[in-house]
Design a protein around this ligand. Sequence first.
Ligand code: FAD
Length: 308
Amino acid sequence: AQFDHLLGSTAPIRVSFEFFPPKTEKMEETLWSCIERLAPLRPSFVSVTYGAGGSTRERTHATVARIIRETNLAPAAHLTCVDATREEVDQVVRSYKSAGVNHIVALRGDPADGMGRKYQPHPGGYASTPDLIRGIRKIGDFEISVSAYPEKHPESPDLPADIQLLKRKVEAGATRAITQFFFDNDIFERYVDRVRAAGIDIPIVPGIIPVLDFERTAGFARRAGASVPAWLANRFEGLERDEKTRQMVAATVAAEQCFDLVKRGYRDFHFYTMNRADLVYAICHLLGLRPVPDAKAEAAVASVGAAA
Ligand code: FAD
């Protein structure tokens, strides 16, 4: 209630956190300290991204399985159509089902060798996201989140085509959309109006990226087709070598964006954490979230301590 004057509402704020699967033991440690710090904020769910290729797929699965084993968090596993037959993808979905995962973030994905190459469906694979969603639905009653692009996907001819694709994803069974990050809330609000006018009624959850490193984030934005307002560049100007101030500014910028979205009626936020806890923790704190200890996580930490 102490934040009502900032938020203009008493409705609860719900957050979710996105992580990427670690490649090395060191990265695994970083991820787990991040999860341990953020878990007490009781997110609605935490999601783990997915890359093409066998080893990265296994890393997603291993990370999700560990989240189930050691925490009370509800994990969502990202899954793409890239470079895999339907049978291979179905196998991954079945393995999630038997591991107790009931939420999948279903995506088309990008070609495995990165930039430049155009997406081609695998000859024996799911051709598109709606196709993948139908495949997942045949295997189990999953919650299915999908992507949404307030400034359109870079490969999309125009925004109406993108919104029609989102509509097909919903018709196939998607239950929530998470947006690509954006910085201009007016663009997001106009997008949601158009989505609603197209008859799409699933929640559209804004994806929020904390700007840890402005140049890097601007690079992501260029590739993702997200615009970077001049005021944002201006806020980080001259802070290239001043990480401490940069972090404070980044927390402020993201919190302001969230406060403004709350005033516009949004209550759910999906944070792209990049496996770094501090900024996201600070932003959630500013939004009024406070930690609640998790008995299962504490028991897991205690048993690791006892074994050591
Ligand atoms: P869609 O929304 O299904 O399609 C995007 C555009 O691609 C369409 O508008 C259309 O123009 C074009 N298109 C669609 N189908 C076809 C087709 N069959 N042939 C040719 N063009 C087509 N990437 C990962 O690799 N792993 C992840 O875990 C991951 N997580 C993400 C989570 C979120 C919330 C978001 C927003 C993105 C994520 N991405 C991830 C990035 C995503 O894979 C890329 O943006 C990719 O280019 C599109 O996948 P999509 O599901 O968003 O595509």
